[in-house]
Write a protein that binds this ligand. Sequence first.
Ligand SMILES: [Mg+2]
Length: 323
Amino acid sequence: MRTLVIHNPKSGFGSDAIFQFMRALVHPGDECVLRMLADDFTAREACADVDGFDTIVLSGGDGTVSTLLHALAGRPIPVCVFPSGTANLLCANIGNALEPAALARACRIGKTAKIDLGEISWSDEQGEKHMRGFGIMSGTGFDAQIMQAALPNKAIMGQAAYFAAALANPRPAVEHFTITVDGEVYERDGITCLVANNAMIQGDIELVPDCRMDDGLLNVIVAETEGAAQLLKPLAFGLVDRTGKAIGRPHLESFAGREITVTSSGPVPLEIDGEVVSEGVSSYAARVLPGAVRIVVDALSPYGSADDGSSRFGESDVIAYPK
Ligand SMILES: [Mg+2]
């Protein structure tokens, strides 16, 4: 088994979990290459030579992993997403067991599922065009302000930094959004407009029900509130009804489609998978890349099946239950 591990040492708390994973993964005769990303890495270069490997492991936070996944779009190689970031929302949405040894076992068993990615393009304040891939969600407005305000506290507070940041700004600006979903136009007022490939956020709360990353559709989610206090209502509902199927989500509206454009009344910050990429964006376009990447899944994942089946690389039981 030949594995390439692409690791961002700057992600999250800098834990050693990835080394425990590699120790659990390798057996005599295997090869495991560790690629440590530099600060100025480009995803295309980091993924340039993946073809000779059986499995690619992407280890980092959501921002790192999403850009690398986008660079791997269209390639048939199994990719394992390893949680080395602060929030690790993509891992939470994939739903695999998160322990290093369990993920190593999933890689050896080699069961995979094809998932969609999102692609977003926008022009910055200087009129320069940009494009990026995303795995979870992108958005303009209050969500981007939260991500930015959380930044200095992520290392010490972890996920709580996001909630603290949300409560620190009780009066976010209300924008008017013109949203086009596969040619259909919607006019809405709200504090944020998100395009989501996945809807599970911090606290295992699903913003909208039935958002899957294997249906070839993105979800547009608009928070039609006037202040952070009203945002507490859907979050509180989320705590008692995590999937959103029982009592729904007040103030949150959702549309699903393949091609989406969003225009806001004023320039607002843009956030992609938790990273603020621009301070002032007036419009953006997003599209789905259906079945773009093949990810490793285990029996716990909603994208896997309960039966593990035969192990592709063998010796998977040794990993799960060491003597
Ligand atoms: Mg979907």
